[in-house]
Ligand binder design. Structure first.
Ligand SMILES: C[S@@+](CC[C@H](N)C(=O)[O-])C[C@H]1O[C@@H](n2cnc3c(N)ncnc32)[C@H](O)[C@@H]1O
Length: 374
């Protein structure tokens, strides 16, 4: 795993010996589900039944789900919502690189999970300098046990809601969240010292892909700002899970009859595209309170639904076709959601299609603002 991470350029020289010394296997439960990100498939791996396969999974580059449905799911099948995991090692390495820790710094982690990331930090900075918050009682307990077994019992593992940070040990020099947010918690900025760095997977409710953002807290502590780095997919902070609306709540028989019919020359590839395409992430930044739902392709058409999350139940449906210059669009409600997407796409084009390194986020007392670097 380490060789691969070095070859991929995500594991820096400072972190390489730390990863070498702390294999992920030391933090995993006996039952894990290997998540093949490219296909979306998950494979149950049980240490008791197949120890060799379990060791391979532990040493692999794949994220491993360690809990489903907040602990309510039992058995080897997959649950509904993956609620805790050991993240993909490449993502762990990239986020630690971006955190730019220095010896003696104090770090707060949100989302303890298996405890592996906290242990990596503890190995660099000393266990007494690491605080980690986990919302789930049994996950926090397991991480505490694993950290103790690795001789890192001095890491402060807090069972609590990471949205609040952890004021008793503030201020921190660095804060790292290993769960995704769409609403940045003010407490994190307030608990990070001026000049400190916060690394967090931040996204919108448009799509389930986030981008890591590296924020530096301003000298007066009243804002934090920085650019986006990499597209990622994290499990969300529990209270900020992406809700997928009920189709029937939006597309009633009446609204279907009244929907306005139009056409678009924009294509699937240019706009909604794949989960890992920048265009979908960018449209999420520009079209607020809206979510995308993809339907099964049928009869040469690829239906995409847009639903407003602003409480107005506006919807749009685009029937993308690759064999014709135009695709049909239906829109209904106070908002014309596809028109909003087209306007956003046009604006982004006009700016020269800025990518993550030119797009940034500022969080302050007024909320969160996305910007483009000129
Ligand atoms: C991707 S896992 C973290 C991986 C972990 N850092 C590791 O090294 O294994 C995300 C974790 O965030 C936790 N989480 C979700 N919402 C939270 C919240 N409000 N406060 C603290 N932890 C939360 C989940 O229970 C889950 O364990």
């Amino acid at each position: 795993m380490v060789v691969r991470l070095v070859a991929d350029g995500v594991l820096t020289a400072e972190w390489e010996p730390v990863f070498e010394g702390l294999p992920r296997a030391g933090f995993l439960p006996d039952a894990v589900w290997q998540h093949h990100v490219a296909t979306g498939e998950v494979e149950a791996v049980d240490r008791g039944r197949d120890p060799q396969r379990w060791r391979e999974a532990a040493g692999s580059i794949h994220p491993l789900v360690t809990q489903w449905d907040d602990g309510e799911h039992e058995g080897p099948g997959r649950g509904r919502v993956a609620s805790s995991s050991a993240s993909a090692p490449s993502v762990v390495a990239a986020m630690l690189r971006d955190l730019t820790v220095r010896s003696g710094q104090r770090v707060l982690e949100i989302g303890t999970g298996t405890g592996w990331n906290a242990a990596l930090l503890a190995s660099r900075l000393g266990a007494g300098n690491v605080t980690t918050v986990e919302v789930d009682t049994s996950v926090a307990e397991a991480a505490r046990g694993a950290l103790q077994r690795q001789g890192m019992g001095a890491v402060t593992v807090v069972r609590g809601d990471g949205f609040q940070g952890y004021p008793p040990r503030a201020p921190y020099d660095r804060i790292i969240a290993t769960c995704g947010v769409h609403t940045f918690p003010r407490a994190w900025r307030e608990q990070c010292r001026p000049g400190g760095v916060i690394v967090v997977p931040w996204g919108t409710r448009f799509t389930s892909t986030e981008a890591t953002v590296v924020l530096t807290v301003a000298a007066d502590g009243r804002s934090a700002s920085g650019t986006f780095k990499d597209l990622v997919q994290f499990m969300s902070l529990r209270a900020q899970r992406r809700e997928v609306p009920e189709y029937a709540d939006y597309v009633t028989a009446e609204s279907r009859d009244k929907a306005e019919r139009g056409a678009t020359t924009l294509t699937w590839d240019e706009t909604i595209a794949g989960e890992w395409d920048i265009s979908r992430f960018v449209l999420g930044l520009l079209v607020p309170d809206c979510t995308v739902i993809l339907d099964e392709p049928q009869e040469g058409q690829r239906p995409v639904w847009l639903c407003s999350l602003a409480g107005d139940r506006s919807w749009a449906c685009v029937l993308f076709r690759e064999d014709r210059p135009e695709s049909t669009v239906y829109q209904h409600g106070d908002r014309r959601l596809w028109d909003e997407v087209e306007a956003a796409y046009g604006w982004w084009q006009g700016q020269g299609r800025p990518g993550l390194g030119r797009l940034g986020l500022t969080v302050d007392d007024d909320g969160q603002h996305v910007w483009v670097e000129k």
